[in-house]
Design a protein around this ligand. Structure first.
Ligand code: AMP
Ligand code: MG
Length: 412
């Protein structure tokens, strides 16, 4: 089993995936989803010319040779409509966001004025026409597409949707995901500690990787290395959009996953990828379900999720950007590489005089989850590499949590 290249396996998965149908969700639950339809402005924003400042609405010609003294004829608050039309020599006190009265063509901020007695104000500066006026429709115009289909819903997009009164939002459906661990040696989270067993970490690490995409998966539990028990649980899993099966994908005598999936009608697309960790990775398609066979070693499981399953789930949810962002970093120390496989090395990232530096997190054994738990990124060593020397530029895929840093970044 040498397997496909990582890139070929990714292409195979993504070609088989399709975007799920659309549904409507309340705005309060739309964060992280993807818009399934264009969203248009339902009115002009702002709805009329409004003041950008607290100050006075004036006629710019009146202040051409400032200072000038004007008569204050009205006080316009945000939410009020002006009652008067300004004539020469007149102005109106106005608040930010309030409509500019007819006759006025500019706003002067309060700081550039001095209050006088008897309803008058002195304007200290002259300004051009349209000064500090926000034009009607400046933010959006009625009927204009303000958010195209395919937009990922971030907090800023939630604000825009509220602005156009989209209480219900058309989004792509999320895949329903089931997770099944397999292996007689596994001990469930709720079971008592048995010195001869291995705790089932994969169900939970995979669960968390799915949750990080905003999807709540269903844990099907642990299948014993017994064809009948396995078959029953796989049948349940094949009711979901996506089934993740961890363990039992190698060629050991007790690895029943492959024959059982095939007996249940799953068409395997590939079995084995030229990568480390994660070699015995498999992918198949059933009438209702995309099935991922994931190697049991905990790090392999997480890395296979990163390379194949996360992108596939994001594709199903309608995302356009499905792969982890990569950055270029300088490698802190030599990394050996003799396999003819693409290797994913767990690294931490730090800044050194502006450059990002990648340091391997320690023992890279595929069972050593601790070095994955500490990782901020996966450094990609191409299959053809003969090893990477300290100081070389390397490509690192960023993992969750890398959007934050300890210091604000400067005295700003
Ligand atoms: P397998 O892919 O079933 O051959 O398993 C490879 C290695 O991963 C074995 O040492 C298993 O004990 C371990 N393993 C399999 N499944 C899990 C799991 N759910 N959690 C933690 N380790 C596992
Ligand atoms: Mg096993």
């Amino acid at each position: 089993m040498s397997g496909l290249t990582v890139a070929a396996a990714q292409r195979c998965v993504i070609a088989a995936m399709k975007r799920l149908g659309a549904e409507s969700v309340p705005l309060q639950q739309a964060l992280g989803r993807v818009l399934a339809e264009d969203v248009r402005a339902n009115r002009d924003q702002p709805p009329y010319d409004v003041s950008a400042m607290d100050g006075f609405a004036i006629r710019s010609a009146d202040v051409a040779s400032a200072p000038a003294v004007l008569e204050v004829v009205e006080d316009i608050k945000a939410g009020d409509m002006p009652q008067k039309v300004l004539a020469a020599g007149q102005c109106a006190r106005i608040m930010t966001g309030a409509p500019v009265p007819h006759g006025a063509d500019a706003v002067i901020r309060g700081e550039d004025t001095q209050a006088l007695t008897e309803g008058r104000v002195q304007i200290d500066v002259s300004v051009k026409s349209r000064n500090d006026i926000r034009d009607r429709g400046e933010s959006m115009r009625t009927g204009e597409v303000v958010l195209p289909a395919g937009t990922e819903i971030t907090p800023g997009v939630v604000g825009m949707l509220a602005m156009v009164k989209a209480a219900q939002v058309p989004v792509y459906r999320q895949p329903r995901v089931a997770i099944l661990s397999t292996g007689d040696e596994l001990e469930g989270l709720d079971e008592p500690i048995d010195a001869n067993k291995i705790p089932d970490a994969n169900s939970y690490a995979l669960m968390a990787q799915v949750q990080a995409l905003g999807i709540q998966p269903v844990l099907l539990g642990i299948a014993r290395d017994d064809p009948d028990h396995l078959r029953g649980l796989l049948q349940r899993g094949l009711q979901f959009d996506v089934l993740l099966v961890s363990g039992g994908t190698s060629v050991g005598v007790h690895d029943y996953v492959r024959p059982t999936l095939e007996a249940l009608g799953v068409q395997m697309q590939f079995w084995g990828v030229a990568m480390k960790p994660g070699h015995p990775m498999a992918f198949g398609v059933a009438p209702l379900t995309w099935v991922f066979g994931i190697p049991g070693n905990p790090v392999s499981s997480m890395v296979c999720f990163e390379e194949f399953i996360g992108p596939a789930l994001r594709r199903a949810m309608g995302h356009q950007n499905i792969y982890r962002r990569t950055v270029t970093a300088k490698l802190a120390r030599d990394v050996k590489h003799k396999h003819r496989r693409t290797e994913f090395v767990r690294v931490m990232l730090a800044r050194d005089e502006g450059a990002l530096v990648a340091t391997p997190t320690g023992d890279q054994g595929s069972g050593i989850l601790r070095s994955m738990a500490m990782a901020e990124g996966l450094m990609v060593v191409p299959a053809s590499s003969q090893g990477v020397a300290a100081g070389a530029e390397v490509t690192v895929q960023l993992l969750d949590g890398t959007a934050y840093q300890g210091e604000a970044g400067g005295e700003w």
